[in-house]
Structures are given as structure tokens and as C-alpha cells.
Design a protein around this ligand. Structure first.
Ligand SMILES: *Cc1c(COP(=O)(O)O)cnc(C)c1O
Length: 392
């Protein structure tokens, strides 16, 4: 069949800066009508012109123009070969670990997102894969954990929720030497602040639910790969598992991406204020924030990122204070998730990290006095004032 459609070639816009790329996407406007907002192609299937002529679109489980615009835009923003949009971050990770064969070994950051841990322990362990969790901020720990069976190294940086920073260039060198794939969950910093593929990663994965869409209104996952072989794996996954993102949800993420740069700047600025204020509060024992000059990974952050992001975790003086904070916040919302315009306070023990076994949680410091704040884009004085009255 010959493919006849305006949508097949697009410009990667290499000449533009990040903010402009995020606004103008891959095709950007719709080329036939000139619609400035890329349309939502709410269709299951596509008509063929004749026996041997098609548009190159067949069935939306495989490929849909709206999802494709998002996938291409993400490939441009992360600097990868191809992008893939999934129905959630979890779906993206399920397809990522679909790269594994029986007997394969994976080394992961020790305080990853609870759902990622669950995929490894409850699903892929059962299929004969092995998982080791290490503090990626200590390269010696990683070197000791990799071996001939290590197919993949999976890194979150900064980690969720302890904000540990990993040196991606150094880890990439270890991965290459060992013949392992390096995967980076870039949910916390987004390509606006950190571009792992340029630092040697093979795959970037995101919960698009968080900063990329940015408005707490959609569940989505993104994968961007370096290289054609990996792209084929994910094309096959979406086709077979049927876990591609729906057209309307793709459009919501695309719309969110247009303001990604502005939002990230504001999240970054507000988080710096909030972290500094919390550090001086008598009921706050410890603040975990990648932007503190005395943070263990500060030097690495300065080298590999252009911002510290909007996440701040803290240890309070008692479980009572935690209960008080979570019940008294007014503007700030007590809810699971992160990366949206609203400031959210989360209790990892019973929310995001409930899947992590108690002894491991305790060792990491995720206990009943630990809370995580996703600092939103409100006025920073309002955020601080709300925390002040809630902690009083
Ligand atoms: C939320 C999150 C996920 C899971 O994504 P969903 O979109 O909720 O499925 C994975 N990794 C990180 C770091 C997350 O914050």
C-alpha cells in the first residue's frame, strides 16, 4: 500500500530553543485546515482510499495522529529517536520491563516509586527476573551489584521520595561497560531540567500524569528511546498490549506541554522558598531537597540538571505533627500525586510507598513522621502561610 498523508513528515525543530519546541510540537498546527490546536482524532479506525492506497493509519490501537503528535513532541523534547505514549506511567513501565527475559537481572534505585517496585516484585519476579535495589548515589554499590546477567539499570534521580541524586554520566559508563541498558525515570525533573539521553541513557520513562501534563487532570505514561531497535520493542508493546494513550488524553498532555517551561520555572522557584522556610521551622527535623548546597548530590545536580524541581520531602518531629499538618492544610491539598499546578502534600507511608515492605521503608526513612510536598505554582507566600498555620 502507498501511504498518502500530510502527517508522515514532521520537523524536529532543532533550530529552536526548548520552550519553543514545547509550544510548537512536531507538526504543531494541523496541516490541512491550519487548526492551531492539534485536533483530537476520536476514531477507532481509518478508511482506505482504494485497494492499495491508505493514509498510513489503520487502527487507533496501533497508531493515532493525536497520540503520534504527543509521541513525536516528547521525542523532540527528550532528544530521542522515538516516543511512545501509554495509558499510565505504570503501563509504560510494564512495557519497559517487557524487554526482560527469564533469568535477566535488573539493578534499580533503592527508593523508587512504589508502583515500579510492585511491578518488579509481584509480576516480573514471578516470571523469573531478578531485582537488586541500591543507593545509586554510591557508585561503588552499583558496581558491586551489576553482573553478567544485568540487562538493565533503572534509575530515578532525584529519587522518590528521598531526593537522592545519581550521576547519570558515571552510571552510563558502568552500564555500557557491562552491556546493560540504562533507563531513567525522568518524572521529577522533566526534559526541561534534565535530559538523560544526552547523558548516555538508552530509555527515558515518565509518568506523564505529573509535570508533563501538569494539571492533575489526566493519567498518562511516556517512553522515549535512543535507537531503532528499542523503538520496535515499544511499537510492538503498544500494538500487542493495547496500552497506548487515548486521543483525548494525548491532547491533554500536549496542551500541558505547551506551558511546561513556564510551570517548571515556577515550581522550581517556589520549592526553593518552601524548602528554605521549612528548614528553619522548629517542628521540622529534616528537609530533603536537591537544591540545598549541603545536599550530597548538589555538585552532580549542578553538572547534569538546570534546576532542582518542585519536590520537597520532610521529616517532622512527631506522628502527631504529621496528622495535624494533613488535617489542617487549607489551600494546600492532602492528596496523592505530584507535578500539578496545585500544591499537594502526600503521606508516602500509606499512599505512594504503601507497596514497599515495612522493613525496607524504615531503612530508607519512610516512616510515620515523613511527608512529601509537591510544590505547586501558586504564590509562594500563600503556600508558606498555609504551612505555617497548619504546623502552628
Ligand atoms: C506516579 C509515578 C509513576 C507511575 O505513574 P502513573 O502515571 O501513576 O501510572 C512512576 N514513576 C514515578 C516517579 C511517579 O511519580
Amino acid at each position: 500500500m502507498t501511504d498518502q498523508c500530510f502527517y508522515h513528515s514532521y520537523d524536529r525543530k532543532e533550530h529552536l530553543h526548548f520552550e519553543s519546541k514545547a509550544v510548537h510540537g512536531a507538526l504543531g498546527y494541523e496541516p490541512i485546515t491550519g487548526a492551531v490546536s492539534f485536533p483530537i482524532f476520536q476514531t477507532a479506525t481509518f478508511r482506505h482510499e482504494s485497494f492499495d492506497v491508505s493514509t498510513g493509519y489503520y487502527y487507533s490501537r496501533l497508531e493515532n495522529p493525536t497520540r503520534q503528535e504527543l509521541e513525536r513532541t516528547m521525542a523532540i523534547l527528550e532528544g530521542g529517536t522515538e516516543g511512545f505514549a501509554f495509558s499510565s506511567g505504570q503501563a509504560a513501565n510494564m512495557s519497559l520491563f517487557g524487554l526482560l527475559n527469564k533469568g535477566d537481572h535488573v539493578v534499580l534505585s533503592d527508593d523508587i516509586y512504589g508502583g515500579t517496585y510492585r511491578i518488579c516484585q509481584d509480576i516480573f519476579s514471578r516470571l523469573g527476573c531478578e531485582f537488586t535495589y541500591v543507593d545509586m548515589a554510591e557508585l561503588e554499590h552499583l558496581k558491586a551489584a551489576v553482573g553478567p546477567k544485568t540487562r538493565m539499570i533503572f534509575v530515578e534521580t532525584p529519587t522518590n521520595p528521598m531526593m537522592k541524586v545519581a550521576d547519570l554520566s558515571a552510571i552510563s559508563a558502568i552500564a555500557k561497560e557491562n552491556g546493560s541498558l540504562l533507563v531513567v525515570d525522568n518524572t521529577f525533573l522533566t526534559p526541561y531540567f534534565q535530559r538523560p539521553l544526552a547523558l548516555g541513557a538508552d530509555i527515558v520513562v515518565h509518568s506523564g500524569t505529573k509535570y508533563l501534563s501538569g494539571h492533575n487532570d489526566v493519567i498518562a505514561g511516556i517512553v522515549v528511546v535512543a535507537g531503532q531497535e528499542l523503538a520496535e520493542h515499544f511499537t510492538m508493546q503498544i500494538k500487542s498490549r493495547g496500552n497506548g494513550l487515548a486521543p483525548f488524553d494525548s491532547w491533554l498532555v500536549l496542551r500541558g506541554l505547551k506551558t511546561l517551561a513556564l510551570r517548571m520555572e515556577k515550581h522550581n522557584e517556589n520549592a526553593a522558598w518552601v524548602a528554605a522556610w521549612l528548614r528553619g521551622h522548629p517542628k521540622v527535623k529534616r528537609v530533603y531537597y536537591a537544591g540545598f548546597e549541603d545536599h550530597r548530590g548538589y555538585g552532580v545536580s549542578l553538572r547534569q540538571t538546570t534546576g532542582f524541581g518542585g519536590m520537597v520531602s520532610l521529616e517532622l518531629d512527631s506522628a502527631e505533627t504529621v496528622k495535624q499538618l494533613l488535617s489542617r492544610v487549607k489551600m494546600i491539598l492532602f492528596a496523592e500525586s505530584l507535578g500539578g499546578t496545585e500544591t499537594l502534600v502526600t503521606y508516602p507511608l500509606t499512599q505512594t510507598h504503601e507497596s514497599i515492605p515495612a522493613d525496607i521503608r524504615e531503612k530508607l526513612g519512610i516512616h510515620e513522621r515523613f511527608v512529601r510536598i509537591s510544590v505547586g505554582i501558586e504564590n509562594s507566600e500563600d503556600i508558606i502561610r498555609d504551612l505555617e498555620q497548619a504546623l502552628a
